[in-house]
Design a protein around this ligand. Structure first.
Ligand code: LLP
Length: 423
């Protein structure tokens, strides 16, 4: 459910007119809806009712502390993949016993920080990582609770760049060596083997690959128990897809996903961990931008907006689709155009939509890109010396800037001239 809807001829985010925020904040900016975040979290959590499950929000999808904190108050934990994300989750009030640390390249510094914070679990992805964690933990006189992320060699049938569960991907420990690696881990100091972890990819629109991967995890748990390991947790990762098109068929709903998880895992005798990101926050956010020019080229109509690929890179990077809508509600008489929506960055790849049929817009109009709450702001950069895009959180009739737009002095003031250029 989206809390972005037209009312009295203009787009609202919950009870706040988007145009009012644009006046106050300037464009471009991201806008998130608290009601949508909470609803998505609740729906997901409820789909797992009856199971012992910890929902750890994948902070990489949206790491604004206001978003993390909104979810933490609802009972969410956090799945973090860097020291920065760990710090953010802790700062946003996620209790350390609800934090899991994933990622293929954790440094010793990151391991030490996680151990000292007393996080719930490390998801270990390789033997060298296991050795490093053992060293760091025993050096600190602490114990790391670990699950190995196993690579089930399952095709997630999603975009190649976000598919992670095939044997040729960099993720996880090889399926056929899992038992041997668990045996090694059990003998290492500073390590306590507690579970199994799997994550096969993102934006999955079919439950079958999940089911296949989870069934394999179930078998592995059985074998590991036979080998004498006390497996008490199973982390099933994230990855459930969301609808990016208003009018097209939606991916399976959380309720269907939850039912499948229940069916596959009910007799595993473990605590489940889930790591949804996109599902919680994707459709809880929009990117608001203003039309700078409408440019008639030889072959195309270009709508040039003030957001660009540096603010939302998904279309450039994954050819991702985001619905586009004007903030002023189109009327029956509003003509429709076929336009290519682009930003000001000096690359042809700076294109949000190609030959998209949309209501006619003109210079100065506000336009939104929908479904931009996940992997939007977090992937933004300052390419072309553009200011990092601000973020706004709405709750009912209130809104707050939760990351302000930096100043140009903030941005270019980070550079330093070396001594030989300073005189
Ligand atoms: N757990 C792990 C270990 C992950 O690597 C990911 C996402 C998640 C959970 C959360 O997956 P989700 O529920 O959000 O699908 N930038 C790309 C998506 C990259 C996903 C990376 N890993 C995009 O914009 O589509």
């Amino acid at each position: 459910m989206r809390h972005f809807a037209y009312r009295d001829g203009q787009l609202f985010a919950e009870d706040v007119p988007v145009a009012k925020m644009a006046e106050a904040v300037g464009t471009p900016f991201y806008c998130y809806s608290t009601a949508t975040l909470e609803r998505h979290f609740d729906v997901f959590a409820q789909s797992l009712e009856g199971l012992d499950a910890l929902v750890c929000f994948a902070v990489k999808s949206n790491s604004n502390q206001a978003v993390i904190s909104t979810l933490a108050r609802r009972g969410a934990g956090a799945d973090v993949v860097s020291l920065g994300e760990l710090k953010r989750a802790l700062a946003a009030g996620v209790p350390s016993e609800r934090i899991v640390f994933s990622g293929v390249g954790k440094t010793r510094e990151e391991m030490a920080a996680g151990l000292q914070a007393g996080i719930y679990q490390f998801n270990v992805e390789s033997e060298p990582e296991l050795d490093a964690l053992s060293e760091v933990a025993s050096g600190l006189g602490l114990t790391a609770n670990i699950a190995f992320r196993v690579n089930p060699d399952v095709d997630a049938k999603t975009h190649a760049k976000i598919s992670t569960g095939k044997a040729e991907n960099k993720f996880g420990v090889p399926w056929d060596r899992a038992r041997e690696i668990y045996a090694r881990a059990a003998a290492l100091p500073g390590i306590r083997v507690v579970g199994v972890d799997v994550h096969i990819g993102s934006q999955l629109t079919d439950l079958m690959p999940f089911e296949e991967a989870f069934a394999r995890v179930g078998k592995l748990i059985q074998m590991l128990r036979e080998d004498g390991h006390a497996i008490e947790r199973a982390d099933l990762g994230g990855g459930l897809g969301i609808p990016y098109y208003e009018d097209s068929e939606a991916p399976p709903l959380p309720i269907a996903y939850g039912a499948m998880v229940n069916r596959i895992t009910h007799n595993w005798g473990v605590r489940l961990i889930l790591e949804p990101g996109r599902l919680i926050v994707g459709n809880a956010g929009i990117l608001v931008t203003r039309v700078i020019y409408v440019k008639q080229a030889t072959k195309k109509t270009f709508v040039v907006v003030d957001a660009a690929m540096n603010d939302l890179i998904r279309p450039s990077l994954y050819d991702a689709h985001h619905d586009i809508a004007p903030v002023a509600e189109p009327q029956a008489i509003t003509p429709r155009i076929t336009a290519t929506l682009v930003g000001p960055v000096c690359e042809t790849g700076d294109t949000f939509a190609t030959d998209r049929e949309m209501p006619a817009v003109k210079e100065g109009d506000l336009v939104v890109l929908h479904s931009a709450g996940a992997y939007g702001a977090v992937m933004a950069s300052t390419y072309n010396t553009r200011l990092l895009v601000p973020e706004v959180l709405v709750k009912g009739g209130e809104f707050a800037v939760v990351r302000p737009r930096p100043t140009y002095d903030d941005l270019i003031g980070l550079d330093r001239l070396p001594p030989w250029l300073n005189s």
